[in-house]
Design a protein around this ligand. Structure first.
Ligand code: S3P
Length: 448
C-alpha cells in the first residue's frame, strides 16, 4: 500500500499520569515471517495475534500474488494455505511492499531460487533504501536483479532456475539480509550457510525449525554460523505471535517519563536478540518489572509492569548492543532527553538506512524542541535536561517510529510537540493513538 497520500498532522501535549493496561499489537518481524513461511509450506498455517499494520497487510497481499491462499478469520486471526518450497507462482502484477523493508527483502529472498520473475516497488521511503545488501547474496544463488541507480526499487528479480547453495558472511548486521539468504537457501540443494559476526534477531531461525527445516546454529570465533539444509518439506504450523517489544517501547517509555504513571503491558516478547532497549532502560534507572515470564509461540514473553521513574541517568550504549535495539534508538533518545547527563549511543550507523535516516531525523527534531544533540556518522549523543521546551513541529519523514517518538516527547515537554504526518504510524501500530489516549495521554490529530 503506497498510502500516506494524505498527511495526518498530530500533536501531543503534557498530560497526567498514564495508567491502565496497554495491549500492544503483534510482533511485526514474526508476523511477516509467519505469512511467508506459511506460504512456503504444505498445508495450513494458523496465525493468531498477527499484526494488522500496513506493512504486514502488504506482505499478505504479496503472498497471495505468489499463489498462496491467505484468509482473515477475525482480528489477528489468519490462515495461510501454502504452495510448498519452490512452489511460488509468477505474480502477474508489480509487488508493492509499501513502507516495508522487511517485507520486500524477505520476499525477494523467498522467490530468488524459484524460476519466476517479479518486480517490486514501495513508497517514497522504501524506494530510497538500499536493496544491494540482499541482491548481492541472492546473485550468488544464481538470481539476477535489475533496479534503479544505487540498487533502489523499483526492481525486477529473476529467480535462479538452477540455484546453488551459498556460504555468506554478513557484511552488515541485518536480520533482513540473513533472512533473505536463508529463505533463498530453502530451495537450493545442499547446505546454505550464513555467518553473522554480530547476532541479529533470530526469528527466522526459530520459525524455520518450527516449520520443520533442518537448521543448526553454532557460536564460533567467526560469529554465529547458521547452517540450513535445502529443499526441506515445510509443514504448516500454528503460530501465536507474541506482542512486539518495539511497539511496546512507546507506552513503556512514556510511562517511565510521565510523572505518576503505572501501566501494565502484557505478553511482550523478551527474545534476547530484541532486548537491548529494556537492558538500557534498567541501567538508566527505569522502574520496570518483568512479571509472569513464560513461553508463547516459541518465544520467551513476560508482562511488563512499568512505573514513572524519577532520577533517570544518561548511559552509554555499546556498539555490540546496537543490533538488539536497532529500532528503539529513536524512543531511547526521547528518554535520554529527560535523563540527567548525556546518553551516548554508539554503533548506530545502520539507523541511517531505515525508513528514514533516523540519526538525522531525531537530531533535527530534538534540536527543534530545544534539546542539545551531537551527531557523528556512527554515534548519537543526547544531552538530557530537566524540562524539554518542545513547541515545535517535527518532520516524520514517512517513518512511523520518528512520529511515535515525538508523540511521546510531547507528553513531557513544556509546550506541545507536533509531527507533520502521523499516517506512517499505521504501518506498525495502527491503534497507537487510541491506546495512548486510553492510558491518559493527550495525543491527537491536529486541527487547523
Ligand atoms: C527486521 C530487521 C531489522 C529491523 C526491522 C525488522 C526484521 O532491519 O530494523 O524493523 O524483521 O528482520 P535490518 O535487517 O535492516 O537491520
Amino acid at each position: 500500500m503506497s498510502a500516506h497520500a494524505t498527511p495526518i498532522p498530530m500533536t501531543a501535549r503534557a498530560c497526567g499520569p498514564l495508567t491502565g493496561v496497554a495491549d500492544v499489537p503483534g510482533d511485526k518481524s514474526i508476523s511477516h515471517r509467519a505469512l511467508i513461511l506459511g506460504a512456503l509450506s504444505i498445508g495450513e498455517t494458523r496465525i493468531t495475534g498477527l499484526l494488522e499494520g500496513e506493512d504486514v497487510l502488504d506482505t499478505a497481499k504479496a503472498m497471495r500474488a505468489f499463489g498462496a491462499t491467505v484468509t482473515r478469520h477475525g482480528p489477528g486471526e489468519w490462515s495461510v494455505r501454502g504452495v510448498g518450497v519452490g512452489g511460488f507462482a509468477e505474480p502477474d502484477q508489480v509487488i508493492d511492499c509499501g513502507n516495508s523493508g522487511t517485507g520486500v527483502r524477505l520476499i525477494m529472498g523467498a522467490m530468488a531460487t524459484t524460476p519466476i520473475t517479479a518486480t517490486f516497488t514501495g513508497d517514497a521511503s522504501l524506494n530510497k533504501r538500499p536493496m544491494g545488501r540482499v541482491t548481492n547474496p541472492l546473485s550468488l544463488f544464481g538470481a539476477q536483479a535489475v533496479g534503479r541507480a544505487g540498487g533502489r526499487l523499483p526492481m525486477t528479480v529473476v529467480g535462479a532456475a538452477d540455484p546453488v547453495p551459498v556460504r555468506y558472511v554478513l557484511p552488515v548486521p541485518s536480520a533482513q539480509v540473513k533472512s533473505a539468504v536463508l529463505l533463498a537457501g530453502l530451495n537450493a540443494p545442499g547446505q546454505t550457510v550464513v555467518v553473522e559476526p554480530e547476532a541479529t534477531r533470530d526469528h527466522t531461525e526459530r520459525m524455520l525449525r518450527g516449520f520443520g527445516a533442518d537448521l543448526t546454529v553454532e557460536d564460533t570465533d567467526e560469529g554465529r554460523v547458521i547452517t540450513l539444509t535445502g529443499q526441506p518439506e515445510l509443514i504448516g504450523q500454528t503460530v501465536a505471535v507474541p506482542r512486539d517489544p518495539s511497539s511496546a517501547a512507546f507506552p513503556v517509555c512514556a510511562a517511565v517519563i510521565v510523572p505518576g504513571s503505572d501501566i501494565l503491558v502484557p505478553g511482550v516478547s523478551r527474545n534476547p536478540t530484541r532486548d537491548g532497549l529494556y537492558v538500557t532502560l534498567l541501567e538508566m534507572g527505569a522502574d520496570i518489572s518483568f512479571e509472569n515470564p513464560r513461553e508463547e509461540g516459541g518465544e520467551p514473553v513476560a508482562d511488563l509492569r512499568v512505573r514513572h521513574s524519577p532520577g533517570l541517568v544518561g548511559v552509554e550504549t555499546p556498539p555490540e548492543r546496537a543490533a538488539s535495539m536497532i529500532d528503539e534508538f529513536p524512543i531511547l533518545s526521547v528518554v535520554a532527553a529527560v535523563a540527567r547527563g548525556k546518553t551516548v549511543m554508539r554503533g548506530v550507523k545502520e539507523l541511517r538506512v531505515k525508513e528514514s535516516d533516523r540519526i538525522d531525523a531525531m537530531a533535527r527534531g530534538l534540536e527543534a524542541c530545544g534539546v542539545t544533540v551531537e551527531e557523528e556518522e556512527d554515534t548519537l549523543i543526547v544531552h538530557g535536561m530537566a524540562r524539554v521546551p518542545g513547541g515545535a513541529t517535527v518532520e516524520s519523514r514517512l517513518d512511523h517510529r520518528i512520529a511515535m517518538s515525538f508523540m511521546v516527547l510531547g507528553q513531557v515537554s513544556a509546550n506541545p510537540v507536533s509531527v507533520d504526518d502521523g499516517a506512517p504510524i499505521a504501518t506498525s501500530f495502527p491503534a497507537f493513538e487510541p491506546l495512548m489516549t486510553a492510558l491518559g495521554a493527550r495525543v491527537e490529530r491536529s486541527h487547523h
